[in-house]
Design a protein around this ligand. Structure first.
Ligand code: A2H
Length: 253
């Protein structure tokens, strides 16, 4: 971790259909607001390739009113940071509508903004930290080794992870081409390092480093409005487009 603040892009994933376990509990307490799962990412340029979204099953989340129309689902810790950063109105105020276990969110259908497959599902991931970002991780298995390996584990053992196979059905989408690894950077690195499971955290940390460096410095966009541009150039432009469209906001910690 660096010393300065980390500038994330907070991506708003609107709930389309709650899981059976969450539905009545949440809908009764949100006052008709649209609810968004908010995912913190450092790679906004990869959002075209979202295939699902991850939560920690042992993490507690809250739903927080943004105003009378919208509410955000994230950890309390993240909501407090958002309040300080002026995300809620009035500024500084936190209005928590309810608390819910991450395990109950699995199977919720959400809209992934800018994604080529915009309707995706919430799935469980072992390595989500409650102490980082919003506790919600949008999944881009083409470019994130952690996301690819977790998706692979879920597909191998859906009963063990208590998911329906259909929730993990979207394949990685080519978004960025790199000279070293081709159109699916993360799967290529996971294979090269012989990673077997999301429990291989040491190798995954190495894979993450390799994927990040190669994607950021040498990657070229394959899709979207900035197709053909380098990732270095496209990254701030995709971020701005998402923010201008109302699909994301700046979040720092
Ligand atoms: B990134 P840093 Cl394509 N627990 O977004 C675990 N991981 C979390 C998290 C949490 N609470 N909150 C965010 N993250 C993930 C995209 C992506 C990301 C790609 C490639 C690499 C990558 C799609 N997932 O991250 O420790 C989020 O995943 C590797 C740099 O603050 C977020 O960006 O550096 C990244 O980790 C932030 O990690």
């Amino acid at each position: 971790e660096g010393v300065g603040p980390q500038e994330y892009t907070a991506v708003k994933m609107r709930v389309l259909e709650w899981s059976a376990a969450a539905k009545s509990e949440i809908e009764s307490q949100c006052g008709g607001r649209d609810v968004f799962l908010v995912a913190a990412t450092l790679r906004p340029e990869t959002m075209y390739g979202q295939t699902n979204c991850f939560v920690g099953t042992a993490i507690k989340y809250g739903v927080f009113a943004v105003n009378d129309e919208e509410a955000y689902l994230c950890t309390y810790r993240a909501a407090r940071n958002m309040a300080y950063q002026g995300v809620f109105s009035p500024r500084g105020q936190i209005q928590q509508l309810l608390e819910i276990d991450g395990s109950k969110l699995v199977g919720t259908k959400i809209k992934a903004p800018f994604a080529i497959n915009p309707e995706v599902y919430v799935l469980p991931m072992d390595n989500v930290l409650a102490t980082k970002g919003t506790g919600v991780v949008t999944s881009v298995p083409s470019d994130s080794p952690d996301d690819f390996q977790t998706l692979t584990d879920l597909r191998k053992k859906p009963e063990f992870y208590k998911i329906q196979p259909a929730w993990a059905a979207i394949d990685p989408v080519p978004v960025i081409k790199t000279p070293a690894y081709g159109e699916l950077t993360a799967p290529a690195i996971v294979k090269q390092l012989k990673i077997q499971s999301q429990k291989d955290t040491k190798q995954l940390a190495e894979a993450k480093e390799l994927a990040y460096k190669e994607g950021f410095y040498n990657g070229v966009m394959l899709v979207g409005d900035f197709k053909g541009e380098s990732v270095v150039d496209a990254k701030p432009k995709v971020r701005k487009s998402m923010i201008d469209a109302g699909d994301a906001f700046a979040y720092a910690e």
